[in-house]
Design a protein around this ligand. Structure first.
Ligand code: NAG
Ligand code: NAG
Ligand code: NAG
Length: 558
């Protein structure tokens, strides 16, 4: 008969205990993770155009920074990683949602300088091409905007937000692949090599930098260092501003110190529309948010579900969308700076009766002649970047920033290293006149959506005129068609251009394309699918952050 070995019994009990503890731990871990998809974050996240800038934003959050700190640091970084899109020579529109759910807009989009070229709009291109030259430069608002929003919501010192970007600009960055691809395209290569931009974007032989080159912005590093130490005043009333104005003058531009000194950030309430059990907050005109809201309100009435993607219903879904986009296109000329166009409020676009009436004009069996959509056509535009940030305290920032077209109007300031915007070209095809101090109309639409269940979606996009469609389709995909956030953003889009031609992004469902043709739509051959959407979403305690792969984007979080 075996005798009990006390040591063995002890071991057994210990083993059972360890197993039990391990099991409990596993259970807790499993239940805590319930519903959180892989790749989601628990605390905070940043979705910028590039991995490096998302990481820089995230690092600010981890050091105790707020979503505003993260957004500013990520935007500054973007100005050197994607210098074609935005920079401190441009402007932004930013939405910030505080803990209590109140969404405020900081609009620091460029304005028309006090002196501007008479008959400027006669210089507008009649075909889709880049508008170069100093006559298009608007008064930059970028740094005044950062200053205003940082003053209220910043938790890290102002200078700290500049540190990582100054280092990148000074020490150099291996050529970002997206930028390299851009520079190698003939149209961009010529644009850059023939302009003052060649000082930073060309090699010794005066040809554009290639994939294996190092990108450096030594002068911009110096400028940012001064601004980091002295604040935005260095730009608006100090030496940086004087140098910049001198360079603009040399390039034939009309901006003065007085324009810089008198630039004012506009702080206003967001507009809000209800999309069923979701509230969407967005910046009012001259931003494009109201057109996004108009399209979404029309689409909401079609009661979309994931079933809408099945069979012929999918053709109807996109047909309805295209019709809504055609009506939206013809409303663009009514989106103006309200300060200067008081009589021209665009608020009717979010009046439920108006969107119901327009929806009733959409016929399922076919499209219509141009005249059906009323109003004068506009023209198409491109450019821009977007960053979405959500921090641990529930502060959310959605910011769209731009110098307008690729590298603005290709005017580089050698004394400051700043690339100037060509924002005034945004009046082209959208307005017949302009005033000093006025902000040009825009497609930018940084949005923040609240769901009934306490969820939040911070979203926005870039790509000029394509912003509206890229953001609208992403939201439709996510809210109503049952796609994941990643799937919603990745799905190929339809772009209805200003001539109401329907353009399909490569990869678009062939059977739907055929169905759309059958319904009588004119099909276009748009080649520049520069649409990019970056979004952060929090639901049930899980944070998803998606940066669009179209621009080699990657989000970051923890
Ligand atoms: C949120 O913003 C509103 C309006 O500016 C303000 O009244 C409220 O106190 C803010 N709440 C927090 C928690 O900051
Ligand atoms: C410049 O051109 C010369 C002669 O064609 C060539 O040998 C050299 O590698 C080029 N340098 C750069 C930086 O491309
Ligand atoms: C669509 O239907 C309406 C009536 O419901 C009809 O008047 C119209 O001709 C039809 N259009 C096409 C393109 O079949």
């Amino acid at each position: 008969m075996a005798r009990y070995n006390p040591l063995k019994v002890c071991c057994c009990i210990l083993l059972v205990l360890i197993c039990a503890v391990a099991l409990i731990c596993l259970c807790i871990a499993t239940f805590a993770d319930v519903g959180c998809p892989t790749g989601s974050f628990k605390n905070a996240a940043v979705a910028a155009d590039s991995q490096i800038c998302s990481e820089i934003g995230k690092n600010m959050l981890q050091q105790g920074g707020s979503a505003v700190d993260g957004a500013i640091a990520a935007l500054l970084c973007t100005s050197v990683i994607n210098p074609q899109s935005m920079g401190i020579g441009g402007g932004s529109i930013l939405a910030v949602r505080n803990k209590t759910g109140k969404v405020t807009i900081y609009n620091f989009r460029e304005t028309v300088p006090k002196k501007f070229k008479s008959n400027l709009l006669n210089d507008c291109p009649t075909t889709f091409r880049l508008s170069t030259g100093s006559q298009w430069i608007g008064v930059p608002g970028e740094l005044r905007g950062y200053e205003a929003v940082h003053k209220l919501y910043g938790r890290l010192p102002w200078a700290k937000l500049f540190e990582p970007t100054i280092k990148l600009a000074r020490e150099g960055i291996p050529m970002p692949p997206y930028l390299a691809t851009f520079l190698s395209a003939n149209i961009v290569k010529d644009h850059v090599e023939k302009s003052s931009l060649c000082e930073v974007l060309c090699n010794m032989n005066k040809t554009v930098l290639g994939k294996k080159d190092i990108l450096r912005f030594p002068k911009l590093a110096e400028t940012m260092e001064i601004i980091a130490k002295q604040g935005a005043d260095a730009f608006y009333v100090g030496k940086i501003g004087q140098d910049l104005i001198q360079d603009i003058k040399a390039a034939g531009g009309s901006l003065t110190m007085d324009d810089l000194k008198s630039f004012k950030v506009r702080v206003i309430d967001a507009q809000t529309v209800s999309l069923g059990n979701v509230q969407m907050h967005f910046p009012p005109p001259p931003a494009g948010g109201i057109l996004l809201a108009f399209i979404l309100r029309i689409m909401k009435g079609f009661s979309l579900t994931s079933d809408s993607l099945v069979g012929d219903k999918k053709i109807q879904l996109y047909h309805h969308y295209i019709e809504a986009a055609k009506f939206a296109n013809r409303q663009k000329r009514n989106i103006r700076d309200p300060t200067f166009n008081v009589e021209k409020s665009a608020d009717y676009l979010i009046d439920p009766t108006f969107s119901d009436n327009i929806r009733a004009l959409i016929t399922s069996n076919g499209t219509h002649d141009d005249s059906y959509y009323s109003n004068k056509p506009s023209t198409d535009h491109m450019g821009t970047t977007h960053v979405s940030v959500l921090d641990e305290d529930g502060l959310a920032v959605s910011a769209t920033s731009t110098i307008n077209q690729l590298f603005g109007g290709a005017v580089y300031s050698p004394r400051t290293g700043i690339i100037l915007n060509n924002e005034l070209a945004d009046f082209c095809g959208r307005a017949d006149s302009l005033s000093a101090g006025e902000q040009p109309p825009s497609s930018m639409t940084p949005a923040i959506l609240d769901t009934k269940s306490g969820g939040i979606l911070v979203i926005g996009g870039s790509g000029g005129s394509m912003i509206t469609t890229a953001v609208a389709l992403s939201i439709i995909n996510r809210l109503w068609l049952g796609m994941s956030l990643k799937g919603a953003i990745e799905a190929p889009i339809i772009f209805v251009d200003s001539k109401n031609f329907v353009n399909f992004e490569p990869g678009f469902d062939k059977s739907v394309m055929d169905g759309i043709k059958t319904l009588g739509h004119n099909i276009g051959n748009w080649r520049f699918f520069l649409n990019v959407v970056n979004a952060v979403e929090k639901e049930n305690g899980c944070i998803q952050a998606v940066s669009d792969r179209r621009k080699n984007g990657m989000s970051a979080g923890y």
